[in-house]
Design a protein around this ligand. Sequence first.
Ligand SMILES: *[C@@H]1O[C@H](CO)[C@@H](O)[C@H](O)[C@H]1NC(C)=O
Ligand SMILES: *[C@@H]1O[C@H](CO)[C@@H](O)[C@H](O)[C@H]1NC(C)=O
Ligand SMILES: *[C@@H]1O[C@H](CO)[C@@H](O)[C@H](O)[C@H]1NC(C)=O
Ligand SMILES: *[C@@H]1O[C@H](CO)[C@@H](O)[C@H](O)[C@H]1NC(C)=O
Ligand SMILES: *[C@@H]1O[C@H](CO)[C@@H](O)[C@H](O)[C@H]1NC(C)=O
Ligand SMILES: *[C@@H]1O[C@H](CO)[C@@H](O)[C@H](O)[C@H]1NC(C)=O
Length: 341
Amino acid sequence: MVCLIRFTLLFCLCIMKMSALNFFPEKFEIAERHASITLTCRTDKDEITWRREDANTIENISQSEFEILSGRNLTVIDLQEDLTGNYTCWSDSGLEDYTYLLLDKSKETTAFNINCTAETFSCTEKIKCAWTINDFTDEFAFRLRNTRDNGDWVSQPVDGVFFLQHSTNSYSEESERMLIIGEAASTCCYMKTEQSFYLRDIIKPANPNISICTIKNEGSDNQIVELEVEPPSTWPQPHSFFPLKHQIEYEIRHDGKLKTKEWEEGSKFKVRGSITKLRGRCRDLLLLSQWSEWSEWKNVTDGGKGGRSKGQRKKPRNKKKNKINKKTKQRNKNKKQQHLN
Ligand SMILES: *[C@@H]1O[C@H](CO)[C@@H](O)[C@H](O)[C@H]1NC(C)=O
Ligand SMILES: *[C@@H]1O[C@H](CO)[C@@H](O)[C@H](O)[C@H]1NC(C)=O
Ligand SMILES: *[C@@H]1O[C@H](CO)[C@@H](O)[C@H](O)[C@H]1NC(C)=O
Ligand SMILES: *[C@@H]1O[C@H](CO)[C@@H](O)[C@H](O)[C@H]1NC(C)=O
Ligand SMILES: *[C@@H]1O[C@H](CO)[C@@H](O)[C@H](O)[C@H]1NC(C)=O
Ligand SMILES: *[C@@H]1O[C@H](CO)[C@@H](O)[C@H](O)[C@H]1NC(C)=O
């Protein structure tokens, strides 16, 4: 008996799960609240009947105040949540056509937003978009599209993030804003939102790679940690043309407090004083883009695991070369500034 109940329960749960809208309906119509809409059954049969399926019920449709049948058409009057669902039309020989009818709530809410970032200026990397939705308990299926570049709908998120292609040319002025359209559909309802922006306004570099080159006077108050920051691998080259601003955060050994330091360009940096761990992030120096995420914390202890010995093997840089580099950087900086203005 218990078994039977359990089985029945499980069975019901399965059905419920299957009927939730966890994919974007391939054929759908939308209409706003209280609006009327006509659905047409695409068939050459003359005798047809309509059914409506929603999460819980299958209902045969007969002429009523709210659903008017006329040949292959079905007009739904005064649309509300209770009239939404999968409308299927049937003939003697079976299923002929179907349309999912959704209530368009785009104007009733502003709680649906998409948030996009790009790791770099180049079209070789897709932009990442995530959606936020507030005040709704329904489960939604989403899809996004970059209409400026004629992109396809993307409905498969990876860990909640949608990757969209674009065709921005990183070496010329971006004259037209990208237009991203997002659609959300639940079992009853539909929402649409749009965002437009220039690629340069959504830049958020990937996090940099920080290595500890040397630790001098380890453990003492005169400790000096020399770091090297490697720009994210997706960051465009040459790096002198796309300079980054860096920030590190570190923990002071004796009181456990966190401190941050910033510097512009240049990959080397020294932290004075006894510290236990550090991490870093970066942003585009010229655009003052969003900061990257922080890199992983790195421990500054026990003979500096990993990076240290590697750093010691490095040859000191040629000073003259550095000077030339600086000039080149300045020139490139001016170039880029002009290009952006
Ligand atoms: C609507 O019904 C048709 C026919 O049964 C089915 O193929 C389609 O997947 C259904 N759509 C949704 C979103 O449930
Ligand atoms: C709907 O119609 C079908 C076919 O005519 C019938 O088998 C079914 O029992 C009906 N369902 C309801 C709930 O009336
Ligand atoms: C069915 O709907 C279509 C489009 O809405 C309309 O052109 C056509 O006249 C309608 N047919 C009937 C029989 O109501
Ligand atoms: C987008 O995400 C960033 C970082 O997660 C956040 O700072 C920003 O406020 C978000 N913007 C919107 C419009 O949600
Ligand atoms: C960071 O640098 C180390 C050493 O050069 C390398 O092994 C590691 O793969 C790099 N990590 C990333 C995320 O680039
Ligand atoms: C860093 O130190 C903490 C505690 O001192 C330890 O739990 C952690 O595993 C260390 N991390 C690495 C990468 O060595």
